[in-house]
Design a protein around this ligand. Structure first.
Ligand code: SF4
Length: 321
C-alpha cells in the first residue's frame, strides 16, 4: 500500500463571472501521506476553502486530478464518487450553521449513519451514537439536547462526531477552531490529534492562522490568490521561511517574549484581482522586493531541496542561498 493517501495534481477551479473568469484555485499540486496532517494556510479569499470543497466534490473541478487511494475522484461519475464519500469527510468552521437546530444531538450524530445505512439495526445504531459521543468527549447527558443549548466547543465536538461516524480515512477540517476562544481551540486541537493517533486519520487542515497549524501539521502549504507560494515540512517553514508572503504571515503571529519579538511586516498595496489574472507574480503589488520581472512573469514553484518548494523569482537572492 502506498504511503500517499491523497495526490492532487494541477487542480484548477475557475468560475465564470460577469467580468471574466475567476481563478479560485489555479494549478495546485501536492501529496498527503496517510496518518499525516497538511496545513493549508492563507488569507481569506486565497482559495483554500474552495480547494477543500473541490477535493470533496462539493464543487466540481475545472481540470486536474484528485487521486484518492490511486483513484481519480475528480473525474469520477458522481454516483460512483458518492460510494467513496464516507471515506472523505469534512468538519466545518461554524458548527452552529452546520448543524440542524431542530435535531437533537443524538439525531445529528445518527444522521450520517442513516443516510449511508451503515448500521441498519436501531439499537446498535443508538449504541454507536453514544460511543461516538464518548470518543469526542461529549457527556452522554447531552444526547437529548439541541445545538443552541451547548457552547461552541461542544457544538464543534458534535461536528467531529458526525465526521467520524462513517469511519473516514481523510478529514478536511475547514477552519474548525477559528470561531472558538483560545482555551477551547486548544482542547479541540488536542482532541483532533488524539483521534489521529488512535484511528490513523489523515487531515487536511485549512486555516488563516499559521499558529494554529504549527503544532499539528507535518507539512504546510501557503496559498496566495489561488496558487501555492510555499510548501514544506512545518519545522522548516518556521525556521527557514523563504517566501516574502509567508514571512509577512509569520510576522503577524504574536510572540510572548520581548527577546524573540519580530518586527511586523505590514502588507501595503492593492490585492491583484483573481479575475483574468495577468502573467505576473500575484503578490507583486504588495511585495517589498518586487522588480520589473515580477510584474512580467508568474514565478513557478522551485525545488529548494528537502521537500521545500517556493514560487518567487528572487528566492535565492533574498535568502542568500
Ligand atoms: Fe516578491 Fe517578486 Fe518574489 Fe513575487 S516573485 S514574491 S513579487 S520578489
Amino acid at each position: 500500500m502506498s504511503d500517499v493517501l491523497l495526490e492532487v495534481k494541477n487542480l484548477k477551479k475557475y468560475y465564470n463571472v460577469s467580468s471574466g473568469v475567476l481563478h479560485a484555485v489555479d494549478d495546485v499540486s501536492f501529496n498527503l501521506n496517510r496518518g499525516e496532517t497538511l496545513g493549508i494556510v492563507g488569507e481569506s479569499g486565497c482559495g483554500k476553502s474552495t480547494l477543500g470543497k473541490t477535493i470533496l466534490r462539493l464543487v466540481n473541478p475545472t481540470s486536474g486530478e484528485v487521486n484518492f487511494e490511486g483513484q481519480n475522484i475528480a473525474s469520477m461519475d458522481l454516483k460512483e464518487f458518492n460510494k467513496m464519500r464516507p471515506q472523505i469527510q469534512m468538519i466545518f468552521q461554524d458548527p452552529m450553521s452546520a448543524l440542524n437546530p431542530r435535531m437533537s444531538i443524538k439525531q445529528q450524530i445518527e444522521e450520517p449513519l442513516l443516510i449511508y445505512n451503515l448500521i441498519p439495526d436501531k439499537t446498535e445504531r443508538a449504541n454507536r451514537v453514544l460511543e461516538l459521543m464518548d470518543t469526542v468527549g461529549l457527556a452522554r447527558r447531552y444526547a437529548e439536547m439541541y445545538p443552541h443549548e451547548l457552547d461552541g466547543g461542544r457544538r464543534q465536538r458534535i461536528g467531529i462526531a458526525r465526521g467520524l461516524a462513517l469511519n473516514p480515512k481523510l478529514i478536511v477540517c475547514d477552519e474548525p477552531v477559528s470561531a472558538l476562544d483560545v482555551l477551547i481551540q486548544a482542547q479541540i486541537l488536542n482532541l483532533l490529534q488524539d483521534l489521529q493517533k488512535e484511528k490513523g486519520l489523515t487531515y487536511m487542515f485549512i486555516t488563516h492562522d499559521l499558529s494554529v497549524v504549527k503544532h499539528i501539521s507535518n507539512n504546510i502549504c501557503v496559498m496566495y490568490l489561488g496558487q501555492i507560494v510555499e510548501m514544506c515540512p512545518t519545522k522548516e517553514l518556521f525556521e527557514k521561511t523563504l517566501h516574502p508572503y509567508t514571512k509577512a504571515l509569520l510576522s503577524a503571529i504574536p510572540v510572548p517574549s520581548l527577546k524573540n519579538r519580530r518586527e511586523r511586516i505590514l502588507l501595503k498595496g492593492e490585492l491583484t484581482s483573481p479575475i483574468n489574472p495577468e502573467d505576473k507574480c500575484r503578490f507583486a503589488p504588495r511585495c517589498l522586493y518586487a522588480t520589473e520581472q515580477c510584474f512580467k512573469t508568474c514565478p513557478s514553484l522551485q525545488d529548494m531541496g528537502g521537500g521545500h518548494v517556493v514560487a518567487c523569482h528572487r528566492v535565492k537572492e533574498l535568502n542568500n542561498l
